[in-house]
Design a protein around this ligand. Structure first.
Ligand SMILES: NC(=O)c1ccc[n+]([C@@H]2O[C@H](COP(=O)([O-])OP(=O)(O)OC[C@H]3O[C@@H](n4cnc5c(N)ncnc54)[C@H](O)[C@@H]3O)[C@@H](O)[C@H]2O)c1
Length: 547
């Protein structure tokens, strides 16, 4: 039976069948012949996800001093039911990732339809044409329990399998650039031997040209610039690989303005990525306990942070919202901890801060459910059967990426407590973590398994009409700082809701005037790290009793 892949807009694409592969190979062969005749290098980008899709566009957009394109990019993506649609979308010139950065859509459109330097495919045979392979597939870290990163492992099988396939197809002189965030040691101790052995089987004696350079891409307002106009770290397994990766990055990235850092060994480049993200996870986790302190002692942590930030040595202190999601920060430290034992063979337990930080971040969102419960209780409403609207499904403002978002945990916990959840997010059309919770992000890997009563969440639709979403709710949770939520007028909100509601601010979205207005409208307000709301409430009550 034919299988289909459903795009976020609901369009169905039939997955390729056995006899489609030969036709696809011939299509690519023809394209490559034309492009080679134009003197362009063939770059295969593997994995057209949040990183690969935009990286493919950036490479395809590269020009020489005369403004002529110098690369032809074949974006290669597995034809899975979840991801196949990305291929026909890219081939129409449509970006498979949605973003606040308008350059993402124009970049993909320009390269596919105008410059004709980008195509997408599902066949691994594309690797046979590669001068350069850029690896942007994922390497997951699988956690076995909620809030205990130590009880998990790197998902190496999928990565190893992909490297094996690559090694069987690539020309020996191709540069293989791993951009995937990997457990430190992977490039030299896992990828290199796999490729070397495959080369030997193929009768190739030369050393693989294998390099590592991690991505620092930030999906959001500066999505494209965060690849092209940003500093890079790289290294290679041998001198030639190092020179090739430096040449490649110099061509596609603005290294004049953002110079490259070339490290001696790939393990150093790999470690740089893990340490960089563990550092970030740690400074975010650090404020969790102070957030509780603030709530219990009348302190507005948002103002405290602003006060501290004026000091230049402390200006990267950041308020940690309802949990730290995204694909990277919840897992990267885990990859490092895992590598220490399972790649490098150490037995002792040297890691204290990194796992603690990840565990704190992974469970911070649960506190939002407590605040919601308490706010509703103050209004004399039980949480069970309460209608609650969550504003924002993604992990970060102004992007459509829901991976490991704190919002998912909020929905799951409140559902477990009996609430009826609604969600609004202008960037997210389908919330796969719920809609496909039995198979995404992998069978038996959904966060669903840590909560009870989750079955009905398969029906959870992401509302696009805010007015409709607000109608008849008991509680409103501001979870993400999407620009659409920053200026919502309390009077309008309460009018659309049909009466007073509980309002939970997870991200310092409400200023004091808005908090005051919600209280005047007989709402209840609570917020992460916002202990001062009680003072505002008392003032409003005092004034009311004096009137
Ligand atoms: N998302 C970010 O903001 C970000 C930032 C910096 C680094 N990274 C790192 O970049 C890597 C990729 O992340 P992402 O966010 O793009 O992940 P993603 O899940 O969005 O994309 C990975 C893509 O690779 C495809 N894929 C998997 N195996 C494949 C194979 N064998 N052949 C072809 N395609 C395959 C998947 O179907 C998917 O489309 C990860 O290591 C991540 O940690 C991500």
């Amino acid at each position: 039976m034919a299988q289909f892949s459903l795009s976020p807009t609901g369009e169905k694409f039939k997955l390729p069948e056995a006899d489609d592969y030969q036709k696809e190979f011939l299509r690519l062969q023809e394209l490559v012949k034309e492009q080679k005749a134009l003197g362009r290098e063939i770059v295969v980008v593997m994995g057209l996800g949040f990183v690969g899709a935009v990286m493919a566009g950036v490479v395809a957009d590269t020009v020489n001093k005369n403004g002529e394109p110098i690369k032809f990019v074949i974006g290669m993506q597995r034809p899975s039911t979840r991801s196949f649609w990305k291929i026909p979308w890219i081939n129409r010139g449509i970006s498979p990732v949605s973003s606040e950065d308008p350059e993402v859509a124009t970049l993909i459109h320009r390269c596919v339809n105008e410059k004709k330097t980008l195509t997408a495919t599902y066949t691994y045979e594309a690797l046979k044409f590669a001068d350069v392979v850029v690896v942007d597939i994922q390497c997951d870290y699988l956690k076995e329990s909620l809030g205990n990163v130590r009880n998990g492992r790197a998902d190496m099988e999928a990565l190893e399998e992909s490297i094996e396939i690559m090694a069987e197809h690539v020309p020996p002189e191709a540069l293989i650039l791993i951009e995937t965030t990997v457990a430190p040691g992977t490039t030299e101790q896992i990828a290199y031997p796999i490729i070397k052995k495959a080369f030997r089987r193929r009768g190739i004696n030369s050393d693989p040209l294998l390099a590592h350079s991690f991505e620092r891409v930030m999906p959001g307002r500066n999505y494209v610039a965060s690849i092209r106009e940003f500093w890079r770290v790289c290294s290679g397994v041998n001198e030639e690989a190092k020179q090739r990766v430096v040449k490649f990055l110099n061509e596609i990235i603005n290294t004049e303005k953002y110079p490259l850092t070339v490290l001696d060994r790939p393990i150093e480049s790999e470690t740089a990525k893990i340490v960089e993200n563990s550092f970030r996870a740690t400074i975010l986790a650090f404020l969790d306990e102070w957030s509780i302190f603030a709530e219990r002692n009348g302190v507005d942590l948002i103002k405290v942070i602003e006060a501290i930030k004026v000091r230049p040595t402390h200006n990267n202190i950041i308020f940690p919202g309802p949990g730290i999601g995204g694909y990277c920060l919840p897992k990267d430290g885990g990859l490092g901890i895992w590598a220490y034992q399972h790649i490098h063979g150490w037995e002792d337990d040297i890691f204290k801060i990194t796992p603690l930080a990840i565990d704190i971040n992974d469970t911070r969102a649960l506190h939002v459910a407590q605040l919601t419960r308490d706010a509703l209780r103050n209004m004399g409403r039980p949480i069970a059967a309460a209608e609650i609207l969550l504003l924002g499904a993604s992990y970060k403002e102004d992007v459509g990426d829901t991976r490991y978002s704190g919002s998912e945990l909020i929905v799951r916990r409140l559902t477990e407590m009996g609430a009826d959840m609604r969600v609004h997010d202008p960037y997210v059309l389908r919330w796969w973590e719920f809609e496909k919770q039995d198979e995404y992000p992998g069978s038996s890997r959904s966060l669903k398994r840590f909560f009870r009563g989750q079955e009905k969440l398969k029906e959870l639709c992401v509302e696009q009409d805010l007015k409709k979403a607000l109608s008849g709710i008991d509680a409103l949770i501001f979870a993400v700082r999407h620009k659409h939520y920053l200026n919502l007028d309390p009077d309008e909100v309460v009018k659309d809701a049909g009466g007073p509601i509980a309002v939970i601010d997870c991200f310092g979205i409400l200023d004091d005037a808005k908090i005051r207005r919600y209280f005047e409208l007989e709402c209840e307000v609570k917020g992460l790290g916002r202990g001062h709301v009680k003072r505002i409430k008392d003032e409003v009550r005092q004034r009311r009793s004096e009137d």
